[in-house]
Design a protein. Structure first.
Length: 199
């Protein structure tokens, strides 16, 4: 009889965690802003006995990944504890989870929220293709391309290769790279901020 000696894979666990123990790291914020009215409405629903899904946290530090609205509404009612799914991992895993959340459930995302998702996705995976980032964040390719262009105009460290959904890394088109480099050099030569150059 064969014995499987492979290491056990950590699995998420359900816990009742103190809200005071949650790490609300700003890096995992993928919404542009939060609607106070929605928080108040959810708090009222809680008082009426409505049950909400557990929030999602990562690691022993309880890094918040998904569930800020649920947590804020619980706090509004004076709750000290909240049910959470605690996943293995840390900050990076929490950001990744956050980017893949709220596409089809939860509080509807605004256009500003979607733009924020794209921005965080690009910064998290600068070498990914726009299509792959769009799939992760639940937004359109065109939006990712638009946000990437804006970021490239203000950040000269943007990668010049992209990794696609198939896992292959491809060089950006020479014409596009040339335009980006020309833009950056022109901005530097006149001594103004890249964000204003070419407007």
């Amino acid at each position: 009889m064969s014995t499987d000696n492979s290491p056990a894979v950590p699995i998420p666990t359900y816990r009742l965690v103190p809200i005071s123990s949650i790490n609300f790291d700003e890096s995992t914020v993928v919404r542009a802003n939060y609607n106070k009215r929605t928080i108040l409405e959810m708090a009222a629903e809680r008082k009426r006995g409505v049950k909400f899904p557990p929030i999602d946290l990562f690691g022993d530090e309880h890094v918040m990944a998904d569930g800020r609205y649920r947590t804020f509404s619980a706090q509004k009612n004076g709750d000290e504890f909240i049910v959470a799914v605690v996943h293995p991992g840390g900050l990076r895993e929490a950001i990744e989870f956050a980017l893949g959340s709220n596409h089809t459930y939860g509080v509807r995302r605004s256009n500003r929220d979607k733009r924020r998702y794209a921005e965080v996705g690009i910064k998290q995976h600068p070498d990914w293709s726009s299509r792959k980032i769009a799939e992760l964040c639940g937004v359109g390719d065109d939006l990712v391309n638009e946000v990437r262009k804006q970021l490239s105009e203000t950040d000269s460290s943007q990668n010049e290769t992209r990794r696609g959904s198939d896992g292959k890394t491809r060089q950006m088109p020479a014409k596009r790279l040339s335009l980006m480099r020309t833009h950056r050099n022109r901005c530097r030569s006149v001594g103004i901020g890249e964000i204003r150059c070419g407007k």
